[in-house]
Design a protein around this ligand. Structure first.
Ligand code: 13P
Length: 241
């Protein structure tokens, strides 16, 4: 199982350092923990994670190796600073920065060629779900966002229904089952037999155990609850139960 924390644009540096240290005090055998932090925190948080088995990741990277891209961060910079993985195609980047699946694929290729693993996010909006297009939307995102050249073990997929992110609304077991089964079939047919699929969207210590019982759920991508170390620990504990 994988439990990944996406801190998004939170919290302040001193709180972030304390949070990372608190994560390290708990051991969760059998769970791979990943921490996606804001770019300026990669170096200070790496220091806090030293000696722990928690992996460190960036929340985005540019598709080019270097150049005149003010404000952007390259995969190589993330790697130089201690990240081993990068989160790509999060719905907030797709929605607020117009990131297309084609761009996500270009970023994924660059990240992998640089030596990073990639976690690619997919998920439908409420309108797409209500019109019966949820699965087709996600499969279309996968088809375009995932470069076929990526090795299966360098890739993780996070299914995050947009309407479940930060809303307290969690997809039902039936909805997660349908989606994760569909993603699993797509991955097998595309040659990604060993790629893991995480669920994300309002995961907390109270609903995690049920989500982890769903077929083809290999873990969780956690936003809000990852900012409270006891809640993140509770989700990790549910992953091994
Ligand atoms: P929440 O857990 O806050 O709903 O966020 C999920 C998410 O977007 C993680 O990437």
């Amino acid at each position: 199982m994988i439990v990944a924390a996406n801190w998004k644009m939170n919290p302040g540096l001193s709180e972030a350092k304390k949070l990372a240290s608190d994560y390290c005090t708990a051991a969760h055998k059998g769970v791979t923990r990943i921490l996606f932090v804001p770019h300026p925190y990669i170096v200070p948080i790496r220091k806090r994670l030293q000696g722990s088995d928690i992996l460190l990741g960036g929340q985005d990277c540019h598709q080019m190796q270097s150049g005149a891209h003010t404000g952007d961060v390259s995969a190589g910079m993330l790697q130089n600073c201690g990240a081993s993985i990068v989160l790509l195609g999060h719905s907030e980047r797709r929605a607020y920065y117009g990131e297309t699946s084609e761009l996500v694929a270009a970023k994924a290729t660059m990240a992998f060629e640089t030596g990073l693993s990639v976690m690619i996010c997919v998920g439908e909006t409420l309108a797409q779900r209500n019109s019966g297009d949820a699965l087709a939307t996600v499969l279309q995102q996968l088809t375009i966002s995932v470069p076929v050249t990526l090795p299966t073990t360098a890739l993780t997929i996070a299914y995050e229904p947009v309407w479940a992110i930060g809303t307290g609304k969690v997809a039902t077991v039936a909805e997660i089952t349908e989606m994760h089964t569909g993603i699993r079939h797509w991955l097998y047919s595309a040659g990604f037999g060993r790629t893991k699929i995480l669920y994300g969207g309002s995961v907390n210590p109270r609903n995690a155990a049920e989500i982890f019982t769903v077929a083809h759920v290999d873990g969780a991508l956690v936003g809000g609850a990852s900012l409270i170390s006891a809640d993140f620990d509770g989700i990790c504990a549910a992953a091994v139960a």
